[in-house]
Write a protein that binds this ligand. Structure first.
Ligand SMILES: [Zn+2]
Length: 260
């Protein structure tokens, strides 16, 4: 129990850092200095107002100095990251692979929120993520839960190639059919990274789950007139969702589908 509490606190602290990255990476500001400031009044945020999740609640969602509203995204990202760290530990136990999956989950949360807010997936996350995924997926992960999904360098390398190739083809085909960019280069690199971490079966399942959830949400948004036809919905969050489902339940989905 104590281990899960520690994981939750650690996850929320990392989540707090993710918020800094979500704000600064797309704006090309250093993620190290200066220290956190209120986006409205530019006053530095004191340590007591920088406690993940709790400070937002104590302050009633407003800056202590200028009373400007603080985006709900801040506690949300901290909470999400904390929950995923607990889930990783619960699912995969204590070990090196859990540390790797912490990094993987945090990267996916970071990518999702940047893509939602800015419609980009920055190279500074995905480009180092590709070799990291291949190395960790290929060499380090000895994971009983992912036996058929992500073992061996061959599966990780093939996964990265399939992720890249598949989405490159979709991008080329899409731009021919729709006469405009249908798939961003960021999605292609993201899926190469996912392929490294999850192996070739994992990247195919992720593609399927990501497209399915994206299509469902897209149709719902048109039905409920949230957005009109032809408006671009960022694909990154759906691919991240597909990756998470594959990470946690890919093994079961494969057994259920193939039968055993
Ligand atoms: Zn302020």
């Amino acid at each position: 129990m104590l281990v899960y509490i520690v994981a939750f606190i650690f996850g929320s602290v990392v989540g707090s850092f993710l918020n800094v990255c979500i704000y600064r990476i797309p704006r090309n500001i250093s993620i190290i200095t200066p220290s956190s400031r209120c986006p409205s009044c530019d006053n530095p945020i004191s340590p007591r107002d920088n406690i993940p999740i709790l400070s937002y609640m104590f302050l009633g969602g407003r800056c202590r100095v200028c009373k400007a509203r603080i985006s709900f995204r801040y506690p949300l990202v901290e909470f999400l990251n904390a929950v995923f760290y607990v889930l990783v530990l619960w699912r995969f136990g204590f070990g090196w692979h859990s540390l790797v999956y912490f990094v993987f989950c945090s990267s996916l949360i970071l990518i999702s929120f940047i893509d939602l807010n800015f419609q980009i997936i920055p190279d500074v996350i995905t480009l180092p993520g590709i070799p990291m995924g291949i190395v960790f997926g290929g060499f380090l992960l000895i994971n009983p839960f992912m036996r058929d999904l992500s073992l061996g360098l061959k599966s990780s390398l093939t996964g990265a190639f399939i992720g890249f190739g598949l989405f490159y083809l979709i991008a080329v085909a899409g731009s021919h059919i729709f006469k405009k960019e249908a798939m961003g280069g960021g999605d292609i690199k993201l899926m190469a990274m996912v392929g490294g971490f999850l192996g070739w079966k994992g990247v195919i399942l992720t593609t399927f789950l990501g497209s399915l959830s994206g299509a469902i949400v897209g149709v719902l948004m048109i039905l409920f007139k949230v957005r009109g036809h032809g408006s671009r919905i960022p694909f990154g969050p759906f691919l991240a969702l597909g990756s998470m489902i594959t990470l946690f339940y890919g093994q079961e989905i494969f057994y259920w589908y193939i039968g055993r």
